[in-house]
Design a protein around this ligand. Structure first.
Ligand code: SF4
Length: 405
């Protein structure tokens, strides 16, 4: 297909595809799906080989958020039966992080619900970062605390944070339909603050909220312009008790096309499959590893993922390898940038962050929500609710039970 040959050539040169080309990827037929995956897979392997970076979420503060992000189980007025707790102590967070690192993660993503941190919250998180870094040499830490005020990104950087996550989530044109308590511009500004402070920026999206193909292309082009080091792609988990509970719009094939489009538009960036991986890709998860070079290990913020061992088995069975702490995530030209993750100068960052706050689709605040469990194999079509695939998190941080890692 000429389209795919063109996109591979552009991806290898880091050249921006046209919007029409990006839209055409989303419009490909199921007959062409493997060709699309193979083409985007060439771009993925060129920049990231067969490495898969593992990231681990620690939900520092769960639920009770005053914001109204409609995708989020932690939002104002959410009836979702999630864990609700206030700030974990530094040693509690460090213990949870250690489980993820022992499971193979190289990055810990510290996420807290809320509009944004107070200066006291930044102090708390700074203590937590110190506790984690003292006990785990070489670990990358990403913070995801919502909208940042002036000076807070610099303070987090000084405290040892490598990265900051805040997702754009959806297009500027439709942002007001999903959230009214803050704006798209607020989100952009926080990503820019993180970048300016020398933190590796992580910013991504949530697919499946009823958006059009044009919206998806818009947000991915906006992300390319913001130039984050990592782009988490969340697939909406329509939590019961949230306004988007009925939005079961995704199929595994659609998720693969979206990941391929993101890879073509952001070829040399860490593309991370975030919340909703198990729920929406289901048995097609291994194919998605040909597109994304990063996933979350274990559970999400408010929902449970498949067992950590299943993640590791899947990576090995698909012929990929878990990225080691001594391997730099990003390509050389990007890793060397100030604040770029993977930068040798930046204390071991190796990629940039996670589905963190700012997007509540779970895998990182910035979108704080998504999650989900896998296990059953029934076939679902778009529009058909699969609430059986969504398990609210009942273990790990904020509970007495061991975390999944
Ligand atoms: S995404 Fe973050 S800011 Fe929005 S409701 Fe959820 S926790 Fe609050």
């Amino acid at each position: 297909m000429d389209l795919l040959n063109t996109l591979v050539d552009k991806g290898l040169r880091r050249e921006l595809p046209t919007r029409e080309e990006a839209l055409a990827v989303l419009a490909t037929s199921d007959d062409d799906l493997l060709d699309v995956v193979a083409a985007a897979g060439k771009v993925r392997r060129h920049w990231f080989g067969r490495r898969v970076k593992l990231n681990y979420l620690v939900n520092l503060k769960s639920g009770l958020c005053p914001e109204d992000c409609s995708y989020c189980s932690q939002r104002l007025g959410s009836k979702a039966d999630i864990l609700k707790y206030t700030w974990l102590k530094p040693d509690e967070a460090s213990e949870a992080a250690a489980a993820g690192l022992a499971g193979g993660a190289k990055r810990v993503c510290l996420v807290a619900s809320g509009r944004g941190p107070t200066d006291r919250d930044v102090d708390r998180v700074s203590e937590t970062i110190k506790a984690i870094k003292d006990q785990n040499e070489g670990v990358e830490v990403c913070a995801c605390l919502g909208l940042l005020s002036d000076g807070q990104a610099e303070r987090l950087r000084e405290a040892g944070a490598d990265a900051y996550n805040h997702n754009l989530n959806t297009s500027e044109g439709t942002y007001g339909d999903i959230t009214t308590t803050h704006t798209y511009a607020d989100r952009v500004e926080t990503v820019q603050k993180a970048h300016a402070a020398g933190l590796s920026a992580c910013s991504g999206l949530i697919a499946g909220m009823g958006e059009t193909d044009e919206d998806l292309v818009d947000v991915v082009y906006s992300l390319r312009e913001l130039d984050p080091d990592s782009v988490p792609v969340n697939f909406l988990i329509p939590f019961e008790g949230t306004p988007l509970a009925k939005e079961w719009n995704l199929t595994p094939q659609r998720c693969l096309r979206i990941l391929a489009m993101v890879r073509f538009v952001c070829p040399d960036v860490e593309v991370r499959i975030a919340g909703g991986r198990e729920v929406h890709l289901r048995t097609m998860q291994p194919l998605a590893l040909h597109l994304a070079n990063s996933i979350f290990l274990g559970d999400y913020l408010t929902s449970e993922g498949q067992a950590g061992k299943a993640d590791l088995d899947m990576i090995a069975d698909a012929g990929f390898e878990v990225e080691g702490a001594d391997q730099v995530t990003l390509p050389e030209h990007r890793a060397g940038e100030a604040g770029g993750c993977g930068s040798h100068a930046s204390a071991g960052c190796g990629s940039g962050a996670d589905a963190g706050c700012g997007s509540g689709a779970e895998a990182g605040c910035g979108s704080h929500e998504a999650g989900g469990i896998c296990g059953t194999a029934a076939v679902a079509t778009a529009g058909e609710a699969r609430t059986d695939l969504v398990a609210v998190r009942r273990r790990g941080a904020g509970t007495d039970l061991a975390p999944n890692a």
